[in-house]
Design a protein around this ligand. Structure first.
Ligand code: ATP
Ligand code: MG
Length: 382
């Protein structure tokens, strides 16, 4: 019988938390596969998926490879652990002239032949059936995996499909992602979800200076992120009045610094109200004026929950590569305006002095501006 053998990793690091991690992982998998009839079961150290429609195989693999906590999967032949059956199965393998090696894993030591010896013997049988192939122990084109499990079954596979890695979504609490329409913030959210954080998103707009299309773009982004993140609760908040007020009263070169500080305050409020213990941004050191160490200090100073910046040490090219891989890039590069670009000053300060920031900020009624943004909050589930 053909099954999928699904491997997960890192969880063994978690000691007594392991049960919670495994059950969360299994729940996430079942949820991702809810539209397919199939049979998912836990075997020791692996999951086994069986009884699915072959027509859906590709789609199911598409779903599973996006589940955090899973490391690899293989399409495998499942047979009872009997030497004759294993040999018969190996004789059927078609390598298409490619080089190979056999790797045997004996989780069940009940099987009497040592792994090395078994690999060598099965290698001989496979070679006999594939006289045009050769054994290559170091860099084989195909690795034949013979996985002898404790449940009395052996799984033989010739492929290895990488999955998303990381920790199961929902095992690390919740984070509030500041989601712009750009390339970086979706990638930042992806990386922290990959560490197990459930992600909610907050998006700031300055309607009517920013358009309905700009807003729709961010919704589309969140939807795309859902491939990995599942359902996303999104908070959409206006900062128009804040920008107008800064524009009216303050040194405009401080627009971005002052706006960012307000964004952070609003985000912290909404995070705490929704049980999120951290903020997440797509900042990368030195990328733009608002991401110098001084600017980050100025914006960081107004909040007292942790701000995660997973991309802080990334090059733009690396971020773009990940964005392409997770499918957000194409949406991010659509040319709609972001609220930060609407009131962009000619000479934004790159190294804002704290003293001056505070002096400019004194001209604003922070509480009132904050409250007005909170009142504008609109929530959508994506
Ligand atoms: P991105 O590609 O994520 O837009 P960026 O390189 O354009 O990032 P900035 O515009 O300086 O960088 O924004 C830095 C971070 O601030 C973003 O990654 C995002 O987390 C947050 N941010 C910026 N604008 C918004 C917005 N309109 N709504 C929500 N968060 C925002
Ligand atoms: Mg941006």
């Amino acid at each position: 019988m053909n099954v999928m053998l699904i491997r997960y990793g890192e969880l063994f690091l978690k000691g007594h938390n392991r049960k919670f991690f495994e059950s969360t992982l299994q729940k996430n998998m079942a949820n991702a596969l809810k539209n397919y009839s199939c049979n998912l079961r836990k075997i020791s150290g692996r999951y086994e998926l069986s009884d699915y429609d072959l027509m859906h195989e590709k789609a199911i693999i598409g779903k599973l490879t996006k589940i955090f906590g899973l490391h690899t999967l293989s399409i495998a032949k499942k047979i009872e652990t009997e030497y004759e059956l294993i040999k018969q199965e190996c004789a059927k393998i078609n390598l298409n002239k490619k080089s190979f090696r056999v790797t045997t894993n004996r989780a069940s030591k009940i099987f009497p032949i040592k792994s090395m010896q078994l690999s060598a013997e099965l290698g001989g049988i496979i070679l006999e059936a594939n006289p045009d192939s050769k054994v290559d122990l170091h860099t084989p084109e195909i690795e034949v995996r013979v996985d002898i499990r404790e449940n009395g079954y052996t799984y033989i596979s010739t492929d290895l499909i990488p999955c998303a890695g990381g920790m199961p979504l929902g095992t690390a609490g919740k984070g509030m992602l500041l989601l712009s329409g750009g390339i970086d913030s979706p990638v930042a959210g992806y990386y922290l979800a990959r560490r197990g954080l459930v992600i909610e998103a907050i998006h700031f707009h300055s309607y009517p200076y920013t358009s309905e299309l700009a807003r729709q773009k961010v919704i589309n982004l969140a939807q795309k992120m859902g491939d990995y993140l599942g359902k996303i609760k999104m908070h959409i908040v206006s900062v128009t009045h804040i920008q107008e007020e800064i524009n009216r009263k303050c040194d405009r070169d401080f627009m971005i610094t002052l706006l960012r500080r307000m964004m952070m305050r609003i985000s912290q409020e909404i995070a705490l109200k929704n049980g999120a213990g951290a903020l997440i941004t797509g900042e990368s050191l030195g990328q733009v004026a608002s991401q110098t160490l001084q600017s980050i200090n100025a914006t960081n100073a107004v909040v007292n929950i942790p701000v995660f910046r997973p991309l802080i040490g990334f090059d733009k090219q690396d971020i773009m590569d990940v964005a392409k891989r997770i499918g957000t890039y194409e949406i991010s590069i659509q040319p709609y305006e972001d609220c930060c670009t609407v009131f962009l000053p000619k000479n934004p300060v790159t190294k804002p002095k704290m003293e001056k920031v505070l002096k400019e900020e004194e001209k604003l009624n922070i509480e009132e501006l904050l409250q007005k943004s909170l009142d504008s909050e609109e929530i959508i589930e994506i």
